[in-house]
Design a protein around this ligand. Structure first.
Ligand SMILES: Cc1cc2nc3c(=O)[nH]c(=O)nc-3n(C[C@H](O)[C@H](O)[C@H](O)COP(=O)(O)OP(=O)(O)OC[C@H]3O[C@@H](n4cnc5c(N)ncnc54)[C@H](O)[C@@H]3O)c2cc1C
Length: 528
């Protein structure tokens, strides 16, 4: 092996290992903030196999922040109902999705992962601070007090050394960075093999409902949208089948035939067998090494939340790395990344596993017992609401605030003649919002100066305010919460609230304390 000591790769602030959707999004969110980001991806070209087809409203807002919302138009379709049926066609569960959610995006969005990755790649390449190195496998990591040195193997076995202030392993389920962290894993011991098949029908067809789970013990099957013009089928491996037999193109066509899908009327775009697992890594940071996405957690896809969780990791980590790199907050801020994210992703892994227990039932007697309970229960419920947006765990949050850690809303607004979603018109980052007055105008000089170092913005939003609340999104939220001001974090979660608008200064002072930038401040005014 030749070791190239000439450092062909420039030193970077953050090195990202892996260029799947999580590495791409994190690179963009850091690159947009002006940091030098080196991305190292072992594959010479994008991963071609079928994976995610669903993202939720919160992730829509994250993709909006990453600058790809416009290009996504026409490449997603909203899903209204997600139906679970037994072999006899009776309903076991029906999740309904509202047309619009609290984030200004449809609750459930169907898409093709390779298309999203193409958009994210194109966006990343517009940002001058991001260098993407494909065909470069990270094979070694050595940390000192100020940097991590990455050993990168390139085609032809040439190795080079790259220095970075932080390294984030976005390197998927078999993460190399995770193995360097030496962390333990919590594994719920739930695993099943499924054949995944993506199909492009030659003629358009309306599917109703758009997304269905067929909980038939003879062949548990998923039929969902794969984005406009595409359909996804997923077939569970039966106990007597081998993975090799299941993972053949001929098997895919045989299993598609009962659905009227043949080579004469459809193109089989890709197929693969995956083992769905339910587990997460217990430690996401060791000094300058961090994990995100599938490197940190994996879950069965029945709730469509694996990639979504990884993008939540990216948006959480991006603003924290930004503050630490800028010297505005100490390195310890990065410890709140895992304390906030693990409870959230753990709840989703449990939820996905519970859904998996409904469908991954190849035993007819067990399936009959399940049906007896669920068919009766489903008759009394018209539509089950999708699970509410989960809160994050303890971290950069105002103590004892009932709204701290909850996802905040995004509505349509009009401001200075422009009409669009709030983030695109007003901006994003640390945001003080109030229906009463401009909360930034309430800050004393010290709080205002600190808020400015964070790039914080203020928004007076209401029916007659400078930022017009076109659909009453903000009026409804503030009325229900009974507060006068909210401090929203850059990842759209609530830091804290105050019941009077002059509580804004205390909110900012508490934020400064929690970020580790200042000694303890007094309580937030107006808080009961
Ligand atoms: C069948 C199926 C359906 C799914 N459906 C959904 C869904 O509907 N919604 C949803 O949200 N999620 C879904 N998921 C999950 C989703 O696809 C994953 O969570 C997501 O792809 C993870 O992204 P990532 O960037 O963390 O990892 P990956 O996409 O796995 O990317 C990791 C990258 O790291 C690279 N890499 C690995 N090691 C190294 C190294 N040493 N050096 C350099 N590069 C390296 C790999 O080549 C790879 O490109 C589904 C998954 C499957 C399998």
């Amino acid at each position: 092996m030749t070791v190239d000591r000439s450092d062909t790769h420039a030193p970077c602030d953050v090195a990202i290992v892996g260029y799947g959707p999580v590495g791409q999004t994190l690179a963009i969110l850091l690159g947009q903030r002006g940091w030098r980001v080196g991305v190292f991806e072992k594959q010479p070209s994008a991963y071609p196999l079928p994976r995610a087809v669903h993202f939720d409203h919160e992730v829509g807002r994250i993709l909006q922040a990453a600058g790809v919302a416009g290009d996504l138009a026409g490449k997603t379709e909203a899903a209204d109902v997600y139906e679970w049926r037994n072999a006899a066609g009776e309903t076991l569960l029906r999740f309904g999705s509202k047309a619009a959610s609290i984030s200004g995006w449809p609750e459930a969005n169907m898409f093709a992962q390779p298309e999203l990755e193409r958009l994210l790649d194109a966006r990343a390449r517009t940002l001058p601070g991001i260098d993407v190195h494909r065909g470069c496998e990270v094979v070694g990591l050595e940390a000192d007090d100020t940097h991590v040195t990455l050993r990168v193997a390139k085609a032809g076995s040439l190795r080079s050394a790259v220095r970075a202030r932080f390294v984030v392993g976005c390197d998927g389920a078999n993460s190399f960075v995770r193995s360097c962290l030496g962390a333990t894993v919590t594994d719920l011991g739930f695993f099943y093999d499924w054949l995944i098949v993506d199909v492009v029908p030659h003629a358009p067809k309306v599917w109703h409902p758009l997304n269905i789970q067929i909980c038939d013990p003879a062949r548990p099957t998923t039929l969902v949208s794969g984005g406009p013009g595409r359909r996804r089928w997923e077939f569970m491996r039966l106990p007597e089948e081998s993975i090799e037999d299941l993972n053949r193109e001929a098997t895919a066509w045989r299993l598609l035939a009962p659905w009227g899908v043949t080579a004469a009327n459809a193109t089989l775009e890709r197929h693969a067998v995956y083992r769905f697992q339910a587990r997460w890594v217990d430690t996401w940071r060791h000094a300058r090494l961090l994990l995100a996405g599938d490197a940190a957690h994996q879950m069965p896809p029945f709730a469509g939340q694996g990639m979504c969780s990884g993008l939540r990791d990216a948006v959480n980590l991006a603003w924290k790395l930004d503050l630490v790199l800028a010297g505005t907050a100490p390195d310890a801020l990065l410890d709140t990344y895992a304390t906030e994210r693990i409870p959230h992703v753990g709840a989703l892994i449990n939820f996905s596993m519970e859904l998996g227990k409904v469908i991954c039932v190849p035993d007819p007697t067990e399936a009959a017992a399940r049906d007896a309970v669920m068919v009766a229960a489903a008759k009394t419920v018209e539509l089950t609401a999708p699970p509410p947006a989960l809160g994050i765990g303890p971290g950069v949050l105002l103590d004892a605030d009932p709204y701290a850690g909850q996802l905040f809303v995004q509505g349509r607004v009009e401001c200075a003649g422009a009409t669009a979603l709030f983030d695109d018109v007003v901006g994003r980052g640390w945001t003080l919002l109030s229906p009463v007055a401009d909360p930034v105008a309430q800050l004393d000089a010290e709080a205002r100066a600190f808020f400015a170092t964070l790039g914080g913005i203020g928004a007076h939003v209401g029916a007659r305010a400078p930022i017009r609340d076109l659909d009453g999104t903000y009026a409804k939220w503030f009325a229900e919460a009974g507060v006068a001001v909210v401090l929203q974090r850059p990842d759209f979660y609530v830091f804290g609230t105050a019941t009077t608008v002059d509580g804004s200064a205390a909110l900012v002072k508490q934020l400064r304390r929690v970020l580790g930038s200042a000694p303890p401040a007094g309580p937030v005014q107006g808080r009961p």
